[in-house]
Write a protein that binds this ligand. Structure first.
Ligand code: NAD
Length: 294
């Protein structure tokens, strides 16, 4: 094992099962001290139990690793603060935050209750904001930090019945895009994983033969690269079944129609405006502005 996490303290949210459990086990196996956070509820976010997080801590300890259980919900500022406090009180510092906790309340946009829409945003997007915000001063004081957001193809591309989930998941990319810049001076790097894996979230959606190849550990290999010392900053990594690819938001070469442009000019130039054959990505909006005015 050449990539190690000795002396690193990591929080993994939603680590009582599925992908989070896999991330926590792998980090601990490579030397990290891990705060295994999980509320222990159902896929739809209802209920809670202390057992889920503790079981994973027991697994880690049985394998000779170091871990502590935390059952705070990520979805309020106070409990997210308490989660970060668990890391600081137990291990004295914090290096790695993997925002992974999540729930589903799928329904088509016409039928979804606004309460269910808000709850999904509250857990995925605001939960990652609350935990990362509570962690941020510790990462700054540490002059080191690796943060991962967990997005989804549903957010990047859309998926029927997941307007709430997709909004939250692409919101996480927006969050990363700004704090990847703000963290640079303290060597805090922020990346996003867009996973596909067999977990309780997907077990009823995909055929067993496909689920067999979607091992969570294969996503974890990508996540661990995003939180290692030599990690990239500001990437979206898609990972599933041993396939790894980067996703970027790109912008077409564009057309300069000038200060007098009208809707008729835009319509007439549409084929050129929509031509993505020379599309390029940018790391920040300043970089993009520089291109426009170059
Ligand atoms: P999972 O249901 O096994 O894991 C989610 C975990 O989060 C659960 O253990 C749950 O108890 C915990 N959790 C829920 N609300 C919480 C809260 N408020 N505070 C703390 N913990 C909470 O499902 P999973 O597939 O392992 O999902 C992990 C992450 O990956 C989620 O963010 C999910 O949206 C994302 N994701 C998964 C897939 C996939 O193919 N499995 C695809 C795209 C994105």
């Amino acid at each position: 094992m050449s990539i190690r996490f000795d002396n690193r303290v990591a929080i993994v949210t939603g680590a009582g099962g599925g992908l989070g459990r896999s991330h926590a086990l792998a980090l601990a196996a490579r030397g990290a001290k891990v705060v295994v956070n999980d509320l222990g509820g159902a896929v739809d976010g209802s209920g809670s139990s202390a057992g889920a997080a503790q079981r994973v801590v027991d697994e880690i300890k049985a394998l000779g690793g170091e871990a502590v259980a935390d059952t705070n919900s990520v979805s309020t500022p106070e409990t997210a603060e308490a989660l970060v406090k668990t890391a600081i009180d137990t291990y004295g510092k914090l290096d790695i935050v993997i925002n992974n906790a999540g729930i589903l309340r799928d329904k088509s946009f016409s039928k979804v209750e606004l309460a269910d829409f808000k709850l999904v945003i509250e857990v995925h997007l605001m939960g990652s904001v609350y935990v990362t915000k509570a962690a941020w001063p510790h990462l700054q004081a540490n002059n080191y930090g690796r943060v991962v957001m967990t997005s989804s193809a549903s957010g990047l591309y859309g998926n029927f019945g997941q307007a709430n989930y997709g909004s939250a998941k692409l919101g996480l990319v927006g969050l990363m895009n700004t704090i990847k810049l703000e963290g640079q001076k303290n060597d805090i790097r922020v990346n996003t994983i867009a996973p596909v894996a067999a977990t309780r979230m997907t077990e009823n959606l995909l055929p067993p033969a496909i689920l067999e190849s979607l091992k969570p550990e294969l996503v974890t290999a990508g996540v661990l690269h995003l939180v290692q010392e030599n990690s990239p900053n500001g990437v979206i990594l898609e990972a599933g079944a041993g396939y790894y690819s980067l996703v970027q938001i790109v912008e077409g070469a564009g057309v300069k129609l000038g200060a007098e442009a009208s809707v008729d000019d835009v319509a007439a130039a549409w084929d050129k405006i929509a031509d993505m054959s020379k599309a390029t990505p940018a790391f920040s909006s300043n970089e993009k502005l520089a291109t426009i005015f170059s």
